[in-house]
Design a protein around this ligand. Structure first.
Ligand code: GLC
Length: 536
């Protein structure tokens, strides 16, 4: 169970981070793609909202088979997004607003257009051959083992020029790097240092669970079910990912991150389903400082499911480590749709839970206005990996559509006339300009919530204690506060007495009124007060 942090805890403990999908944020050059200048232009939105840091989705040069997750140059900036100077300016502009900037680092694979891979394909003895995972055919001439890529196809592609298969756990234009090769470690040490020297506050590490593959390339076993957490397409990724050797890489990077002044943050995309594995990414406080919690992302939006995941997470994480809570991203879609069915009451409740759990919260762009997934018609889809049902988790374009800044037809994403790379969502009422004017909006609520969090819980991993409740409710003490939630369509009596009510999700109720919980309502209050009905 994480303990409350001491006074000198790192900035990310208790922080609110914001995942910003650059291509979809703000287009300043009217080419239909968001860009770094657009991020600079709208940074005031983030300061106004009160977040502490921003994670920029991939910014490095890429042929965009997977929209930046196929990197062709790890120390550059994608020309469509801007220049290295723009990124420097962005970091400076963010720092002047006390915002930290994290980049997305993709160490599991490169683009097939990366010069390392181009050279690796010249011949079996080329200088960069061992940067990638090559294998001879199986005795029947087919792929070396049964591994499947993210679309369910064999994860091996035959390279006729050099007479071997290469491994790609994602698209065949994303060859996996070979982390058994020491020079790959050297390359990434240099890449980390390059960006830390430029003032980057840390990295979100893509596919952190995947770096190493089994040295013997053994077949993956059958999955005990089919879910994003246990395995897809009938196979559990036991040998194609999740290998213990990755931990040594994170220990090495942690030292590099800590040698920098101030220390930098390593935030892993740790796509694992069990809590022991999740906890292992924190090491003995010598690996990743934050590891994304996918069991929480995939929990159902109900009091029993969420409370069970939270309790199990907190029970397993090493003492002093910082849990992290998020519910939307560019892969899994938006919580406003998945959890809340676009119901404002539930959206506020979800935000309240995200912002009052102990640890760090990550919002995805648009969460603050309750943006929903957008049904992108097939002819406008851009995510190659999920086209034709390639990914069982659906089309990922749905959560990558332009940020909705205002109610104009283009939502204020680009100047009038530009065609955005993905269509603007139909829910025009969910936009920043209108919601800023409306004190009862999701955006106004979200801002108050972040301010409350900063004032009452800021800078610490607050202590946390779950309180007994009927099944449709979830209540907990966090720091000095009490959070009461009602996950049902009917009113509920609060399970414990509370003191002053600081914030409630119900639009009609006023702070300080009788604390009956309306349907799907949540309340943040101070401890104490008269005993409520049904208290335990
Ligand atoms: C991660 C990214 C995802 C990408 C994949 C391959 O899961 O979040 O968008 O497709 O890695 O890089």
């Amino acid at each position: 169970m994480p303990q409350p942090a001491s006074g000198d805890s790192p900035w990310w403990h208790g922080a609110v981070l914001y995942q910003l999908y650059v291509r979809s944020w703000r287009d300043t050059d009217n080419d239909g793609y968001g860009d770094l200048r657009g991020v600079i232009e709208q940074l005031d939105h983030l300061s106004w909202l009160g977040v502490d840091g921003v994670w920029l989705s991939p910014t490095m040069p890429s042929p965009d088979a997977d929209w930046g997750y196929d990197v062709s140059d790890y120390t550059g900036v994608h020309p469509e997004l801007g220049t290295l100077d723009d990124l420097d300016d962005l970091i400076a502009a963010a720092v002047s607003r006390n915002l930290r900037v994290l980049l997305d680092l993709v160490p599991n694979h490169t683009s097939s257009a990366h010069p390392w891979f181009v050279d690796a394909c010249v011949g079996q003895d080329s200088a960069h051959r061992d940067y990638y995972v090559w294998a001879d055919p199986a005795p029947d001439g087919g792929p070396p083992n049964n591994w499947l890529d993210a679309t369910g196809q064999p994860a091996w592609r035959w390279d006729s020029r050099t007479g071997q298969f290469y491994l790609h756990n994602f698209l065949d234009s994303q060859p996996d790097l070979n982390w058994w090769e020491p020079r790959v470690h050297e390359e990434f040490r240099r890449i980390l240092a390059f960006w830390f020297d430029r003032g980057v506050a840390g990295f979100r590490i893509d596919v952190a669970h995947g770096l190493y593959k089994d040295a013997q390339l053994r077949d993956n076993p059958a999955a005990p079910g089919d879910s994003p957490l246990v395995g897809r397409f009938g196979l559990a990724p036991v040998y194609s990912a999740n290998r213990p050797e990755a931990h040594a890489v994170f220990r090495d990077w942690r030292q590099i991150a800590e040698r920098s002044a101030p220390p930098r943050l390593l935030l892993g995309e740790t796509w694992v389903g069990d809590f022991d594995r999740l906890a292992a990414f924190y090491g003995a406080d010598d690996e990743l400082q934050l590891a994304f919690n996918f069991p929480f992302v995939f929990a159902g939006f109900s009091a029993p499911e969420l409370s069970a995941v939270v309790a199990r997470t907190l029970a397993r994480l090493p003492a002093g480590s910082c849990p992290i809570w998020t519910a939307s991203n560019h892969d899994v879609g938006r919580f406003a749709t998945r959890w809340c069915g676009d119901d404002d009451r539930k959206i506020r409740l979800a935000l309240l839970v995200l912002a009052t759990l102990p640890g760090t919260t990550v919002l995805y762009y648009g969460d603050e206005i309750g943006m929903a997934d957008v049904d992108v018609p097939p002819e406008l889809q851009r995510d190659r990996m999920s086209m034709d049902g390639g990914r069982p988790d659906g089309n990922r374009d749905r959560a990558r559509t332009p940020m909705q800044w205002n109610a104009s037809p283009g939502a204020g994403f680009a100047a009038a006339g530009a065609t955005p790379w993905l269509p603007v969502g139909p829910s025009a009422d969910r936009n920043v300009a209108d919601q800023r004017q409306d004190p009862g909006s999701v955006l106004s609520f979200c801002r108050s919530l972040i301010a409350l969090r900063r004032a009452e819980l800021g800078g610490a991993i607050a202590s946390w204690q779950q309180l007994p409740t009927p099944p449709d409710q979830w209540a907990y003490r966090v720091g000095e506060l009490v959070v009461l939630t009602n996950f049902a369509d009917r009113d509920a009596e609060p399970p414990v007495a509370v003191g002053e009510i600081l914030l409630r999700t119900g639009a009609a109720a006023s702070a300080g009124s009788a604390p009956v919980l309306g349907p799907w309502e949540g309340i943040v209050a101070r401890s104490g007060g008269a005993t409520g009905a049904g208290s335990t």
